[in-house]
Design a protein around this ligand. Structure first.
Ligand code: GCW
Length: 722
């Protein structure tokens, strides 16, 4: 049964969402994401009906109205019956939700809520007036909402509801999606349709899909969304678009999802009529202050700005001989009176500096440590190049103790097969978060930088470049939904386990049958390593086709910048391959602690970063004992065979999945295997022209000659501006 929660009728006062029950015959098109409240097995039904027999709680706010709506929607679906809802005294087996302020029943329990902070929640089995009930309580209405989704997840994953004693709170303050959505509804690096934001009809028409988007975000603790592309257009800050953004903010507010905007640094010139955007110019400061006041008048809980400046041609403070700190602080001072933040991206590599691109963000930002205002947080990509299938953690993590740094992950798969390759990204996110910077000795993990523990910052954040669009399944494929889901779970708790997240997602999205869950989780957990193998094994990186990044392009050379090519990164020659970033090369290693560098080279890491940091001869021995050339061929080939195995695994699971989602996934896995083979063959054909060594015994030659692969063209490939 497909139901979507319509928008709340009023965002102030008692919001009352209308459930629109779509036609029961609607196919399983993935629209319901992981919030698929399908009836539990009969073995569970009686038990759950007894433990969730009624809903008790007042709904004095749109947020608590959303709680009641979600619990009603979820329980009715899961229990296959309408659960009565009251505001009065609890009955046996009731679910009592609220805060001490909204619920006298909860207030009298004197629950230990204080340590949970503003967004935490507690779910506990208690006895009230002699009746066994479940309490979902928090200090804030949104905390109750997060608790409600967790309660429903317990049922969705078939956990017992008796003797519940769950207390949870987010470790990171800002947990948000970055939508690289353009105002014409195209999405940069988007592979799931057009932008969700129907600017033309906003703010008068709030598509019910905005509410379902906010529900999905809230269900995984995401509390913010940046609506527009970081390659920003100044028009996004004009009254026309601000009023439209305010409409979205209204739709999201009941779910605790705050709106942010990317700010074009030259907006004071382009839409303000000033002659300069110099951040130290008093007129420019005044313009940003007035702009901020204008925004907050429309969106009182506006989160703040994201800024991409002096990066890839975007304007910025350096155009006025100012620093990134000058630029960030000018906007930060404008939003500070409204408690807003500025997330200033460290994704910079200068037009002019010929130094190793992997070194340039650190070189530009580390000297600015401590110079940013208190409401500025520097947003750093997980790696120093650009969202590759594998990168060592960005050297800035641990290197700017006096500046809050937030993580930027890419959920959309620009370099990982668009939305047709099944690549579960949580192991990539987890690998970065668990990396030890050794900045303050062992245990100085990236996760502790991100959650503020390492350097004692209260302002913390994690951003994910969204993979959502107007496709009915939101993310282009069912398994790409898992990456949105995993991002939210890791933003809430950067120490969470990618495997446990995969298990939850699989159970909620498909089935709780172990005969299904086990092989699917195994497939998900191996998928990222498979992609590394068939695309860029052994620390190779940035080997994709130019511009679209669709498919292999190890031969890419020339063009506007060397560091936009593949040969700049593979450095293949007749002796060997790889980028020497040691002291004998670019010395990028100097930006890491020596212990971190030792860890990168540790044989236990199976040469994961070998060609990231070293130029290695074709005949050098790798940890497997094979020569580098033979090991490369083996890895590329392993990636293909693992992808074929994924397809075979899925083919055996048809009995557990509806025909629609089963068929699409099976087709996409066939595409993935075909393209994995394409990557393997093209890269082996190209690199063999340097190694001039035969393929090891048992490994098939590339299907076509190199010229065939080099000649392939894909105009209008998805996700690129045309
Ligand atoms: O990931 C790369 C992409 C660009 C993107 C840029 C960035 C929004 O190729 O499309 O631009 O980096 O992160 O700003």
């Amino acid at each position: 049964m497909l139901k979507s929660v319509a928008r709340t009728i009023s965002v102030v006062g008692i919001g009352c969402a209308l459930l629109t029950a779509a036609s029961a015959a609607q196919a399983e098109d993935g629209y319901d994401l992981w919030l698929r409240y399908r009836p539990v097995e009969t073995a569970w039904r009686a038990r759950y009906r007894a433990e969730a027999a009624a809903l008790v709680g007042a709904t004095p706010s749109p947020q608590l109205a959303a709680v009641r709506t979600e619990l009603q929607h979820g329980l009715d679906g899961l229990l296959a019956e309408t659960v009565p809802a009251t505001q009065s005294a609890p009955s046996e087996g009731a679910v009592v939700f609220g805060t001490p302020a909204s619920s006298p029943l909860i207030a009298q329990l004197n629950l230990p809520l204080q340590p949970l902070g503003p967004e935490g929640y507690l779910i506990r089995s208690v006895v009230i007036q002699g009746r066994h009930v479940t309490v979902i309580a928090a200090n804030s209405d949104i905390g109750v909402l997060y608790g409600a989704f967790r309660f429903l997840r317990q049922i969705q994953t078939r956990q017992p509801l008796d003797r519940l004693d769950i207390a949870d709170a987010p470790k990171v303050k800002l947990r948000l999606l970055n939508h690289w959505d353009n105002l014409d509804r195209t999405i940069e690096r988007g592979y799931a349709g057009a932008s969700l934001w129907d600017w033309q009809k906003l703010p008068d028409y709030l598509d019910p899909r905005y509410t379902d988007y906010a529900r999905a975000d809230a269900s995984i603790g995401i509390n913010g969304t940046v609506l527009n592309n970081v390659n920003a257009k100044a028009e996004s800050l004009t009254p026309l678009f601000l009023r439209r953004a305010a409409g979205l903010a209204d739709a999201f507010r009941p779910y605790g999802v705050r709106v942010y905007l990317s700010a074009r640094f030259t907006a004071p010139i382009e839409i303000g009529g000033l002659k300069t955007a110099d951040p130290l110019d008093p007129q420019v400061k005044a313009w940003w202050r007035a702009k901020a006041d204008e925004i907050y008048a429309l969106i009182p809980d506006f989160g703040g700005f994201v800024v991409k400046a002096n990066s890839e041609g975007e304007p910025g403070p350096q155009d006025y001989h100012r620093t990134h700190a000058d630029g960030a602080n000018a906007l930060a001072q404008a939003v500070a009176p409204h408690h807003g933040v500025v997330m200033y991206r460290a994704f910079v590599y200068s037009q002019d500096v010929p130094d190793d691109r992997a070194k340039q963000a650190y070189a530009e930002f580390k000297p600015l440590d401590g110079q940013f205002d208190a409401n500025v947080i520097v947003q750093v990509k997980n790696g120093a190049i650009d969202f590759q299938p594998r990168e060592p953690f960005h050297p800035l993590f641990g290197a700017m103790p006096r500046t809050p740094l937030m993580m930027e992950f890419q959920i959309t798969k620009e370099y990982l097969g668009f939305s047709t390759h099944l690549v579960y990204l949580a192991p990539l996110f987890e690998e970065t978060l668990r990396s030890d910077t050794y900045a303050k000795g062992p245990g100085s993990t990236v996760a502790k930088v991100v959650d503020g523990e390492l350097d004692g910052h209260a302002l913390t954040g994690m951003a994910g470049v969204a993979n959502t669009g107007t496709d009915r399944n939101w993310s282009g494929s069912i398994f790409d939904q898992a990456n949105w889901y995993a991002f939210g779970r890791l933003a809430w708790d950067p120490t969470a386990s990618s495997r446990e997240i995969a298990q939850d997602w699989t159970r909620m999205t498909f089935s709780n049958d172990p005969a299904f869950v086990r092989p699917v989780v195994g497939m998900m957990m191996g998928s990222r390593e498979a992609a590394v193998d068939y695309m860029t094994p052994l620390g190779l990186h940035h080997q994709m086709a130019r511009s679209s990044h669709y498919g292999p392009g190890p031969w890419v050379a020339g063009g506007p910048r060397p560091d936009w090519t593949s040969v700049y990164f593979n450095k293949a020659d007749d002796k060997g391959i790889g980028f020497d970033r040691t002291a004998t090369g670019s010395d990028a290693v100097a930006q890491y602690t020596s212990q971190a560098v030792k860890a990168f080279d540790d044989p236990a890491n199976q040469d994961r970063f070998l060609l990231w940091f070293h130029h290695v001869s074709w005949d050098a021995r790798t940890t497997s004992g094979r020569t580098l050339w033979d090991e490369m061929v083996a890895r590329y080939s392993r990636g293909v065979s693992e992808t074929a195995d994924m397809g075979a695994t899925w083919a055996g699971l048809g009995a557990y999945v509806d025909p629609e989602r089963f068929a699409q996934t099976a087709t996409f896995l066939r595409i993935q295997e075909k393209e994995a083979r394409w990557w393997r063959d093209a890269c082996i054909a190209y690199f063999q022209t340097f190694s001039k060594r035969p393929l090891p015994t048992g490994y098939a030659a590339p299907e076509h000659p190199l010229a065939y692969y080099e000649g392939l063209q894909f105009p209008f490939a998805a996700g690129t501006a045309h």
